[in-house]
Design a protein around this ligand. Structure first.
Ligand SMILES: NC(=O)c1ccc[n+]([C@@H]2O[C@H](COP(=O)([O-])OP(=O)(O)OC[C@H]3O[C@@H](n4cnc5c(N)ncnc54)[C@H](O)[C@@H]3O)[C@@H](O)[C@H]2O)c1
Length: 352
């Protein structure tokens, strides 16, 4: 099979995971890179031996040397660059979220259909080994129908600042940045049911708390203290099959410690994805906690990322639709946007 020649657009923090994983994939070759900050692109090009540094993403997209692109830019550019890439005949791996609005997401979906090229959304948690194992048990019916999921991804202090806290560039705060991953994980494991209604709340109470001392946290490269995104979002999502998902996510909160818990409950059993993969079931009138033996019982970022990139390259070669498809990107945008709309209007949003 032909080697897939890859261009990377956006050379910031997450690009490193893309670059490392492509480098490890024998069927991929890194050939081009572009960032608004040329120095950043140059530094990555040297490190990863990338021959072509472009000065405009449209030039990169027009290049016949490139078969596929990773889009690792700020959220406000994902949809536009993805559409142009598809129209230029490139396969696309776009970082989450697919877009900032449902309309944009639908435009990308149309572009993918018209171009016949593939688009994979960077829902990296789907590609974790823990997710694969849980999915096997769920698909085999061991948990029965899953009717409830509950997920908390709470940072007590962790607004990254910079573009993350600039609503125009990010589209929102913890919901669109962190919530997107954990909502997608639950939705995927629940069997991707059609969303029926969403009721959400967002709060901007604490700001980015840049005055806090003695606690360290991740700050974006272009950190500044301006901030117009929510601190906290919560939502109750109902699905047409009667199942429901409760979620809360924060960049900052007066909480004792950070919390990540992802739990799904079925008629025959349950599964906790985080803080540690555990299955819950009953046998002979006794409830059992089942602890599988895996190298990692929590989400392991590096291997999940490698799986995600390997999958993308394999799809480019085979023409098969990716596991995290553009359609799924659209469905997740519907949920995220409905949470924001519900919070803004203080009403439940229903889908027909
Ligand atoms: N999958 C994950 O777990 C994960 C983790 C972190 C970030 N992300 C996503 O990756 C994307 C980038 O996040 P990051 O943490 O790398 O941010 P970052 O600020 O470190 O890097 C973003 C880079 O994109 C460049 N850029 C912005 N607009 C551009 C454009 N139009 N053309 C070319 N370059 C452009 C910036 O100059 C910057 O170098 C975001 O969408 C974010 O949601 C995903």
């Amino acid at each position: 099979m032909n080697t897939v020649r890859v261009g990377v657009i956006g050379a910031g923090s997450i690009s490193v995971s893309h670059l490392n994983s492509y480098k490890n994939n024998a069927n991929a070759k890194l050939v081009a890179i572009f960032d608004l900050q040329e120095e950043r692109a140059r530094e990555k090009a040297e490190k990863y031996e990338i021959e072509h540094i472009f000065t405009d993403y449209r030039e990169l997209l027009a290049s016949p040397l490139v078969d596929a692109v990773s889009i690792c830019t700020w959220n406000d550019t994902h949809a536009q660059i993805a559409m142009e890439a598809l129209q230029a005949g490139k396969h696309v791996l776009v970082e989450k979220p697919l877009a900032q609005t449902v309309e944009q997401a639908l435009q990308v979906e149309r572009a993918a259909k018209e171009s016949g090229k593939l688009l994979q959304v960077g829902f990296v948690r789907r590609f974790a080994n823990t997710t694969r194992v849980a999915k096997q048990f769920i698909d085999a019916g061991e948990l029965g129908d899953i009717y409830y999921a509950k997920v908390s991804c709470l940072r007590r202090l962790g607004n990254p600042g910079g573009w993350f806290s600039d609503k125009k560039r990010s589209g929102g705060g913890p919901l669109i940045d962190l919530g997107v991953h954990v909502i997608d994980l639950c939705w995927y494991l629940m069997g991707r049911p059609k969303v029926k209604s969403v009721s959400g709340n967002t709060y901007r109470k604490l700001g980015n708390r840049s005055h806090i001392q003695n606690l360290s946290y991740y700050k974006s490269a272009d950190y500044n203290a301006s901030n117009d995104v929510e601190d906290l979002a919560n939502a109750l999502i109902r699905f047409e099959n009667g199942a429901s998902l409760m979620v809360d996510v924060s960049f900052t909160l007066h909480a004792k410690k950070d919390e990540l818990s992802v739990k799904l409950f079925g008629e025959k059993g349950g599964v906790e994805m985080e803080p540690e993969l555990t299955l819950v079931t009953e046998k002979h009138n006794t409830v059992l906690n089942v602890h599988p033996q895996l190298d990692h019982l929590k989400f392991e970022f590096t291997s999940a990322f490698q799986n995600e990139i390997d999958h993308f390259i394999a799809c480019c070669q085979s023409g098969e639709q990716p596991l995290s498809s553009v359609q799924d990107g659209v469905e997740i945008m519907k949920i995220l946007c409905a949470v924001y709309e519900s919070a803004d209007k203080s009403v439940e949003i229903t889908f027909s």
